[in-house]
Design a protein around this ligand. Structure first.
Ligand SMILES: Cc1cc2nc3c(=O)[nH]c(=O)nc-3n(C[C@H](O)[C@H](O)[C@H](O)COP(=O)(O)O)c2cc1C
Length: 189
């Protein structure tokens, strides 16, 4: 028997992004986000939902650019810290010692120590209520060579890229392989 849980925001798991921006004075900042994901291909686009009260919100509106940075377990505390304090109060890069590198393509910094970085240009914004959805068109993707597999694809599993579990409020490590997409369903074709 099903039990109704009412209205909740759930996805299992959610991504965990650290989104990099420059503020009006050119200070690099980062915000940890879980309300986010890939929303289109051709053009490849990413959606991030940010509350208007966040320091990053103004930067996103002004600069119309951001980066998405993925953290491995080694940087779990840094990623969490980026989601705990505001760039209006503290320079999070200075505090953590992480390196902000100017994007090659867009007006936003990426995090050198994080192994995958995506540069995006804001193409749309949509006020949804508590959050504003920013759609970013992907302009470039970079990855540390060590985490690429033999085919040149990002091996997020062995890189230990963290995700977020909304129900427990915890970061997760990649889990076990359960089956192949576009393969397991073939038995019903
Ligand atoms: C795991 C995690 C997920 C979060 N997800 C979001 C989110 O999706 N949207 C949002 O606006 N804030 C989110 N936050 C809160 C912001 O990261 C936090 O308020 C941060 O300090 C804002 O930084 P800023 O003021 O420098 O922009 C999240 C925080 C954590 C720790």
């Amino acid at each position: 028997m099903k039990k109704t849980l009412g209205v909740r925001e759930l996805a299992f798991p959610a991504p965990a992004f650290v989104v990099g921006t420059y503020d009006g004075a050119g200070m690099p900042n980062g915000i940890t986000l879980a309300w986010c994901g890939i929303v289109s291909s051709g053009p490849a686009s990413i959606g991030i939902s940010v509350r208007p009260g966040r320091y990053s919100y103004k930067s996103l509106m002004e600069r119309r650019a951001f980066t998405v940075n993925f953290a491995p377990e080694k940087y779990l505390a840094e990623m969490d810290y980026f989601g705990m304090v505001s760039g209006g109060d503290v320079n999070k890069f200075e505090k953590t010692g992480l390196t902000a590198v100017r994007g090659d393509v867009v007006d936003a910094p990426y995090i050198k120590e994080f192994p995958v970085n995506i540069e995006c240009e804001v193409t749309h914004t949509l006020d949804l209520g508590a959050h504003t959805l920013f759609i970013g068109e992907v302009r470039d993707v970079k990855a540390d060579e060590e985490i690429l597999d033999a085919s040149g694809r990002v091996d997020a599993g062995s890189a230990g890229i963290l995700t977020f579990d909304m129900t427990s409020g915890s970061y997760l490590l990649p889990g076990a392989l359960a089956g192949k997409a576009f393969g397991a369903g073939a038995k019903y074709k």
